[in-house]
Write a protein that binds this ligand. Structure first.
Ligand SMILES: NC(=O)C1=CN([C@@H]2O[C@H](COP(=O)(O)OP(=O)(O)OC[C@H]3O[C@@H](n4cnc5c(N)ncnc54)[C@H](OP(=O)(O)O)[C@@H]3O)[C@@H](O)[C@H]2O)C=CC1
Ligand SMILES: O=C(O)C(=O)[C@@H](O)[C@H](O)C(=O)CO
Length: 274
């Protein structure tokens, strides 16, 4: 568990749901919950908050045993729109509150993320969300939130995998009491899963490449949220607590990072998503 800067606690591992929609999506998410995942990541823009809500109900688990995250899309960053979108998200998910609610992208050219952040600060006071955070925020965006509202996010969810390890951003988050959460922790099943160094480490530790990557992210004190539609791969991804990667091997994985290692070149300084 991680203790957040607002006193709440969240699990150190989660489940991504991008592209898990409809009935098949419900089946995959129920399977993840039954496999023991306690934290589920969705977003207004994934159009699957309803799918997640159905899966929670079908799993039979008590809602308060789960940590549910959703995200506000950039098109609703005006204050009133943000509160309305959050209420709509809760309605779609059949929930009274989200445990975590995040701004999805800073969209800096639009210049509205501080207003949206103020809405999240108030939503937390209204009890609609337990903790608030952001995704894809760079130091300059976080400094602006601090300067203009005095409140820093509990979480910064960023792209993080061996080809883009975010050493500087992780350090900034840590120095400011922000927990780093990793999106596309498996590089969205891209070339990183065929990396020779990682394959060799898998052989050394008798683990799969995915397990090596997720364990490395765990040891970096970050929270990976891998997505898998498959019950078998869901279990594989969770099974990372029975071994430890030695420091020298951690360094080997750290050295795989590349300046242009982002999977889809989504640099939050310029990339915008609404
Ligand atoms: N805040 C943000 O801006 C963003 C947030 N996210 C969140 O992060 C989550 C995770 O990231 P995502 O982009 O989905 O990518 P991941 O890195 O989690 O990779 C998912 C892909 O890897 C495959 N896979 C999963 N496990 C294994 C395994 N053990 N071996 C081989 N292949 C595997 C999956 O296929 P299969 O399903 O067939 O197993 C799928 O194709 C998202 O689902 C979403 O919730 C993602 C992007 C941006
Ligand atoms: O999946 C998400 O949360 C996103 O923010 C998207 O940008 C996603 O990464 C994507 O690939 C959209 O084309």
């Amino acid at each position: 568990m991680y203790k957040l800067n607002d006193g709440q606690q969240i699990p150190d591992f989660g489940f991504g749901t991008y592209k898990l929609n409809g009935r098949k999506g419900v089946q995959s998410i129920v399977s993840a919950i039954n496999n023991g995942y306690k934290m589920i990541d969705t977003a207004y823009n994934y159009e699957n908050e309803g799918t997640v809500g159905h899966a929670i109900t079908e799993s039979g688990i008590d809602r308060d045993k789960l940590t549910i995250t959703s995200k506000l899309p950039g098109r609703y960053y005006a204050y009133d729109d943000a509160i309305t979108a959050l209420q709509e998200s809760l309605y779609r998910a059949h929930l009274d509150y989200f445990d975590l609610y995040l701004l999805h992208w800073p969209n800096p050219k639009r210049g509205m993320y501080v207003e949206a952040w103020q809405a999240l600060i108030d939503a937390q006071k209204f009890g609609l969300v337990k903790s608030i955070g952001v995704c894809n925020f760079l130091p300059e965006h976080l400094e602006k939130l601090q300067k203009e509202t005095g409140i820093l996010p509990a979480i910064n969810q960023i792209e993080l995998h061996p080809y883009f390890n975010q050493a500087d951003m992780r350090k900034f988050d840590e120095d400011n009491g922000i927990v780093t959460m990793d999106w596309s922790p498996l590089g969205r099943a891209s070339a990183v899963l065929q990396d020779k160094t990682l394959i060799a480490l898998g052989e050394k530790y008798h683990k799969t490449v995915s397990q090596i990557i997720l364990r490395w992210e765990h040891q970096l004190n970050t929270i990976p949220i891998p997505k898998s539609s498959s019950p078998v791969r869901q279990r594989e991804n969770m099974n990372i607590l029975d071994f430890e990667i030695a420091n020298t091997d951690m360094e080997k994985i750290n050295s795989l990072t590349k300046a242009d290692g982002r999977n889809k070149n989504q640099d939050p300084a310029v990339y915008e998503e609404f």
